[in-house]
Unconditional design. Structure first.
Length: 105
């Protein structure tokens, strides 16, 4: 998946930590991968320009990529002056997918 890999965590490289041993994706990055798999992500952030790359990565490395199976989602986000979004409104736990009107975090 890369031409060069720099391991700056030599002291833990022999351990089975998630960041070293498995490709564990969460947060905003996971939504692009979930969308590529056809899982509904609602209004969650997705990097559409990387969907073809992600689809290719999933087809080649699906046994090594771990994605979230459940999510916390909000139905309303409020943007402040610094373009940060804060949840406001109904909060729910969602299993398998995020409804169209909701945003995952």
């Amino acid at each position: 998946m890369a031409d060069i890999y720099v391991n700056d965590a030599f002291s833990v490289s022999h351990r089975k930590h998630a960041s070293i041993y498995k490709v564990l994706l969460g947060g905003g990055t996971a939504f692009t991968f979930l969308k590529a798999l056809g899982i509904a992500v609602g209004k969650s952030p997705v990097e559409n320009e990387y969907l073809s790359w992600v689809t290719n990565a999933l087809s080649r490395y699906s046994d090594k990529i771990l994605l979230p199976e459940d999510h916390i989602a909000f139905d309303l986000l409020v943007e402040d002056k610094s373009r940060h979004f804060s949840p406001l409104g109904f909060t729910t736990s969602v299993v398998d997918h995020i409804p169209n009107e909701m945003t995952g975090i």
